[in-house]
Each structure stands twice: as C-alpha cells, then as structure tokens.
Design a binder for this molecule. Structure first.
Ligand code: ZN
Length: 503
C-alpha cells in the first residue's frame, strides 16, 4: 500500500479505537454503572473524547489526507480507499470550521440548558426555559454560519446528521406525506372503536417477555454470538465493532409492547452494525451512513416486519404457547389490531405508526421558523398547540406535555428531528425494493424465515457502512433518491384494511 495512505489509515484507526472505547464507557454508564461513578465517568469520557477530536483535527491528519489523495491514482470513487478519503476529509473540514471556543460554549450551554429543561418541564414553566431555547437557537445559527450553506441555514444543521440531504427536498417530501396523513388520522379517529389494545395490557412475566423478544430478534437475523441484550431505562443500540454489538430494552410487567417492540427496534439498529463489511470494521467508515438510514433499519424491523401480519402468522401461535392464560383465547386478528392500534397522543415517543410522523413534522416546521426568525421563542408554546390541533386533533393541556416534552432542544440539537421521519419513510422504500428483487419475502416471513430480506439489506445497505452519503446509498439500493410514495402506499394499505377504510 502507498505510504501516506497506510499512515493515514493507522492514524484514523486510532481515532476509531478511541471512539469504540468511548462507546464501551457510554454503554456501561447506562447499563451497569452505580450512581457514584458519574463524576469519574464524565472525566474519563471527556479525556478520550478530546484525544479523539484532537487527533482527527490535527494538521497532520489534513496533510496525510492530501498526500494519500495524490496516491490514489484514479482508483474507483467507490473503492474503500477513495471513500475513506472523501468521508474523512468531510469530517476533518467540518470540525475545522467550528472554532474551539464555540464548541466549548455549546457543551457548557447543553449542560445548563438540560438542567433548566428538567426543572421547567417538572414545573410546567416554559418562561423559565425560554432564555435557554433562545440561546440554543443563537448557537445553532452561529454553527450554521461557520459551516456554510447554499440554500437556507437549516441545510447546514441537517447536513450534520444527514450528509448531503437538503432541507427543501425533505420539506417537499414531508408536505406530500402530511397531505395524506392528516385526513388518514381523521378518518381513523372516526372509527377508533374498531380496534382495541386491551389484550396487550395484561400481566406478562418479564423473563418470558425477554426470552420471546430474543427469539424473534434472532430469527430476524440479530446474531447473539456477536451481540447481547441488556436492560436500561431508555432502550438504545451501540456497537464496539461489527462483532460486538449491544442492544438494550425495558420491561413493563403489565404491557407487552414496550419490551417486545423496543427489542425489535434496537435489533434493527444492531443488525445494521453487525452487517457492516469486514474490510470497513474498525475504520472511520465502519458505522451507519447517517442517523436517518440507521433509523430506517430499526423502523423496518420493528414496524414493517415486527408489526406485520405475515410475521405474526408464524410467531403468534408461539406467543400463545408462551402466554396461554393471557392470549390462549385471543385470535390473531385481535392481537394484530392490538399491536397496531392508532391513537393520536400528546407524546411523540408513545406515538403509533400513523401519527408518529406528524409529531416530527411539527418539530421540523418549528425549528425552521425559529431558526430564520419567523417564529419568536415566546410564541413557541402556542405555535406548538396550534399544530397539534391541526395535525392530530388534540390540544396539549399544558406545556410540559407540549413544547417542553423533548430533550433535544435543550441539548442544543437542531436539525436532528427530521432524521426520525427520514428513517421511517425510507424503511418502506427499502422494503419495496427488496420485495421487487425477491417477491417471495412475505411467504418466507409467514414461515418464520427472514434471511432473504436480511441478506438483501446486508448486500445493499449494511455492508457499505459510511461509504456513501444517504441519497447515493438510497439510489444505489432502490433506483431513486428518498421518496414518500412507498410509505404512503404502505400506510394506506395496512391501516386502511385494519380500520375498514378501503371498502
Ligand atoms: Zn432508533
């Protein structure tokens, strides 16, 4: 191998190893660490984080990138080497653009704003949080201006989470989707009593819940010899390498859905990490392409597969055997309805498949307006409530359950929310493409086999890691950039049938 390229790789692999060690510390913090460990853990994480960052932005990295680029000699743009240089150069340039002083100010603000947010939410006092939100917006504007953008400021922020994705493209997709969703939600609301979720609100033994969730995740393709499942308050997935991927879930002894579908959601994230190509493992390309593409995999396995009728034709008799008292006399249709019930709710994280995206669009629209000054901070609570009424037909009784419900803005994260919907929309687009390639997928699912679908996703998405920007990856896999058509057809088909809207 050419000398500069090999020195660049060595250096970047050190950065990756530091990041992997940070992931171990973060996982332990949420899974096992006693409360007393918080302070020393924060220091350990701070030191390793600084080392990784300094190593990445050092002038030597920039010089090696330049030298390695000249050694490429026309190797294919999608080769591992050319991709590494392209992606790392982007990381390098981006982190160079934001002054260290601003980075410090942002992390300080995040700590203070989160404390203020916890208190403001508990006391239902938006006015106490408003100055912190103003500062978040101000800092976000400054970050965007340092990063630079061609269209609107929001592009620079979105680009941090979805490389190459443009606000105008996302806004157009969301507008199309919203025009379909709002009437769909209203039509379902009129027929709400057709579906009940009473049967999943019974007493379910936790150990049996765990065993069943693990069996389903394993059948989908999560490899427990290269991963494990633990318990946390907030479920998440993290990878230390493709051969050591950790997922977590939480259990409610009186409600089946939270543990089961959190397990399947995180297993989707985990399968993505486990499927990254061996040659990319441990390199700066050995992660998912973006937050949205990552979320497409959790949503695909949790919802399209995990809440799908085909899947449950195989698993439901097994679930009945596991919980004979609770489900022995409940038929598949009743259970299928219970895990798919649509119910407009105030809280995003509890939302069903149909209403979820409306929660995200509301935040996306508000973020854009706050950022360009069209919406004043003090008017945010009323703007929130108005959108909730218009999209979901409900009004939050207070700001704690309205504008104050999410942690993101207090953490300084603007531009993050759209990635949830991008992932959801993309899950249907990818599933469609897999079905075009392999029309026998539903038949396989009905017999509890998921290897053709899993294999298609490994081949077209997982193995590429971070080599391609989201829209290039999506186009390579499905033949076109992100679109909402597949998702609309999916939702109207599934929920139209469930609520009897199609006849
Ligand atoms: Zn997720």
């Amino acid at each position: 191998m050419a000398e500069s390229m090999s020195r660049l790789k060595e250096r970047l692999n050190d950065v990756s190893r530091l990041q992997q060690a940070l992931a171990v510390l973060g996982w332990d913090q949420q899974v096992y660490m006693p409360p007393g460990g918080a302070e020393s853990r924060a220091e350990q994480i701070g030191t390793l984080d600084r080392m990784a960052h300094e190593m990445l932005i050092a002038d030597e990295t920039g010089e090696l990138i330049e030298a390695a680029r000249s050694e490429l000699n026309g190797s294919a743009p999608d080769s591992d080497e050319a991709s590494l240089i392209r992606v790392v150069n982007r990381d390098y340039e981006q982190s160079k653009k934001i002054p260290a002083e601003l980075v410090r100010e942002m992390s300080q603000h995040a700590v203070l704003a989160q404390q203020a947010w916890v208190k403001a939410r508990a006391e239902n006092d938006f006015a106490a949080f408003a100055p912190y939100l103003s500062k978040t917006i101000d800092l976000s504007r400054r970050v965007a201006d340092y990063l630079g953008y061609e269209g609107e400021r929001y592009d620079a922020l979105l680009d941090l989470f979805e490389p190459g994705m443009k606000t105008a493209h996302v806004a157009a997709i969301f507008a199309d989707l919203k025009a379909e969703l709002v009437p769909l939600v209203a039509a379902i609301a009129e027929r709400a009593d057709r579906v009940s979720d009473a049967v999943v609100h019974q007493s379910f033994d936790e150990a049996k819940q765990e065993e069943f969730g693990k069996a389903m995740a394993a059948a989908f393709g999560f490899d427990f010899t290269r991963g494990r499942l633990d318990r946390t308050v907030h479920p998440f997935a993290t990878g230390f390498s493709r051969n050591d991927v950790r997922i977590t879930t939480r259990y409610d002894p009186n409600f089946l859905n939270p543990s089961l579908f959190s397990t399947l959601h995180e297993a989707g994230h985990g399968m993505y990490e486990q499927g990254i190509g061996e040659t990319l493992d441990g390199t700066m390309l050995g992660n998912g392409a973006s937050l949205g593409v990552h979320e497409s995999q959790s949503r695909l396995w949790e919802n399209i597969v995990g809440r799908g009728r085909d899947t449950w034709q195989h698993f439901y008799p097994r679930l009945q055997e596991t919980f004979p008292e609770q489900l022995g006399n409940v038929d598949l249709d009743t259970f299928y309805g219970a895990i798919n019930r649509v119910h407009p709710s105030l809280i995003r994280v509890e939302a069903d498949e149909v209403t979820y995206n409306l929660h995200i669009m509301l935040r996306f629209e508000m973020e854009r307006e706050l950022l360009d000054g069209k919406l004043a901070v003090e008017d945010a609570p009323e703007a929130w409530n108005e959108k909730m009424r218009a999209y979901l037909g409900i009004t939050p009784p207070n700001d704690a359950e309205g504008v104050l419900q999410d942690v993101h803005w207090s953490g300084g994260m603007m531009g993050y929310f759209p990635t949830y919907s991008i992932g959801t929309i993309l899950s249907a687009q990818l599933f469609d493409a897999a079905m075009r390639a392999h029309p026998n997928i539903p038949e396989e699912m009905r017999s509890g086999r998921f290897d053709t679908l899993h294999g298609w996703l490994v081949e077209n998405v997982y193995r590429h890691g971070r080599k391609f920007e989201p829209n290039e990856l999506i186009t390579r896999a499905t033949g076109e950039p992100l679109q909402s058509r597949s998702y609309v057809v999916y939702l109207k088909g599934k929920f139209g049938e469930l609520y009897g809207l199609n006849s």
